[in-house]
Design a protein around this ligand. Structure first.
Ligand code: FES
Length: 112
């Protein structure tokens, strides 16, 4: 697992983008839990860390599809594919992430 940040670096119900891994991931502290998903929306090149968080979902800042922070699934178009989720462990106030081995659903034209 990779140490990504300290728990105190994560504001409640706001995303934080980390590009220390490829593709970048977004971490969220919501309802007392830490979630990690791919940061890039699957529709176009938008950072989900900049989206609106509510009830463990994040709304894409560009076209308002929402993604589950728990499962990565998307609700309504224009995004059609979900994002990957990554396993998170918090140990002694430090946040560790195990990156998914699945292929990311990057939008057309976006490569890392
Ligand atoms: S860029 Fe995210 S829904 Fe369009």
């Amino acid at each position: 697992m990779l140490r990504i940040c300290s728990l105190s670096d994560l504001p409640e119900d706001e995303g934080v983008r980390f590009d220390t891994v490829t593709p970048p991931i977004a971490l969220f502290l919501s309802a007392g839990e830490v979630f990690a998903i791919d940061d890039t929306c699957t529709h176009q090149d938008a950072s989900l860390a900049e989206g609106w968080v509510e009830e463990c979902r994040v709304e894409c800042p560009l076209h308002a599809s929402t993604f589950s922070l728990r499962t990565g699934e998307v609700d309504v178009p224009p995004a059609k594919l979900g994002v990957r989720t990554h396993r998170v462990d918090v140990v002694d106030g430090e946040v560790y992430v195990e990156l998914s081995g699945e292929t990311p659903n990057l939008p057309p034209g976006v490569t890392y």
